[in-house]
Design a protein around this ligand. Structure first.
Ligand code: ASP
Length: 343
């Protein structure tokens, strides 16, 4: 049987051209990439066909929003039965946010949902666009069924979508999952690591189609000299429901700063869920390791374990979009939903 792959082309460098309206800077060019894909011999296979939906407008991924994730999720849901796999073509800047978001907003997938993009536009010398498109197409068609999940295919790596993060604005291997093994590697062959299925898959496809309000979450990075006023002023926003707090090392914060700890406590009393993630790319939050970490836990912050910032943020957005209250959100943040963190 001929396999069918659906490309969802959202924008990004991959299909950009120098634009006259922005002094030659790169901008999405409608119609260009779909034409190029039609002409690629690598995609004309007897056993796999493809179709493409081009988004309007095409976005530089810096313009992505939670509502845009929901649009992609909804398009996957509408077309889920008719296709064997999906490739989301996306800008690299917020690609890891979208791949994390899709893992939550499109739960229970039994077909590969591959997110890719490129560092250089299609057609420029030494562009990685062609390779990434072809590999993503092959992964969407051939990924072993037990591994089928939202993933990022980029350069030589296949990564779990909610473990990926952008690590380079210049290397062809622009993404990594420093806290989780690769789902596969791409060389002459595509090799899959079949010991990494999703641990707790939802029984059936479940797509969350209500976009959360943008203003409901903030990401805050601790730094020496951090003032509690930052947390307090964020909490004057009545729509705020969650803060992702990027803490030091294994989840530590300024333990001698009573005002800071009070600000975390008062955020929580106001119904704002505070999730602590670790600033280092490797390792995880462990409140028990230092007194400076345990005080964050005592102040009511949630241990985000080895979640990336992207996964913590998008998981919070997802839980808020479900309409859950603070206590339920806290409980769900500690529960493994779709392979996003250690159990
Ligand atoms: N600014 C571009 C984007 O994220 C960068 C890229 O695609 O590589 O859309």
């Amino acid at each position: 049987m001929v396999k069918k792959i659906l490309f969802l082309y959202t924008g990004g460098t991959i299909g950009m051209k120098p634009s006259e309206t922005s002094a030659g800077a790169l901008a999405p060019a409608a119609g260009y990439l779909p034409r190029m894909l039609q002409e690629m011999p690598e995609l004309q296979s007897a056993d796999t066909s493809f179709e493409l939906i081009e988004y309007e407008p095409l976005l530089d991924s810096s313009d992505m929003t939670p509502a845009a994730w929901v649009k992609i999720a909804t398009d996957i849901e509408k077309n889920y039965a008719a296709y064997d796999g999906f490739v989301v073509l996306h800008g690299t800047d917020t690609l890891a946010y979208t791949s994390s978001a899709l893992s939550f907003f499109v739960e229970g997938v039994r077909k590969p949902i591959v997110v890719t993009g490129s560092q250089l536009p299609f057609g420029v010398p030494r562009s990685d666009a062609r390779n990434n498109i072809v590999t993503a197409f092959q992964v969407a068609a051939d990924m072993p069924p037990e591994l089928a999940q939202v993933c990022v295919v980029f350069g030589s790596r296949i990564l779990r979508g909610n473990r990926a993060t952008k690590i380079s604005a210049s290397a062809y291997d622009a993404f990594d999952s420093p806290r989780f093994p690769y789902l596969g590697t791409v060389g002459i062959d595509i090799n899959y690591n079949s010991r990494l299925p999703i641990a707790t898959p939802a029984a059936e496809l479940r797509v969350q189609t209500t976009p959360p309000p943008n203003e409901s979450i903030a990401v805050v990075r601790l730094f020496p000299g951090f003032s509690e006023q930052i947390i307090l002023s964020l909490c004057t926003n009545p729509h705020l429901k969650g803060i992702v707090l990027e803490a030091y090392g294994s989840g530590n914060g300024p333990s001698r700063d009573i005002e800071f700890l009070e600000s975390i406590r008062s955020a929580r009393e106001q119904g704002v869920v505070v999730v602590v993630v670790a600033q280092p790319m490797q390792g995880k939050v462990d409140f028990g390791q230092y007194a400076a970490g345990s005080v964050l836990g005592q102040a009511g912050a949630i241990n985000g374990k080895d979640l990336t910032t992207e996964a913590a943020l998008t998981k919070l957005y997802y839980l808020i979009s479900l309409g859950l209250g603070p206590a339920e959100i806290e409980a769900e943040m500690m529960r493994l939903i779709v392979g996003e963190m250690q159990s």
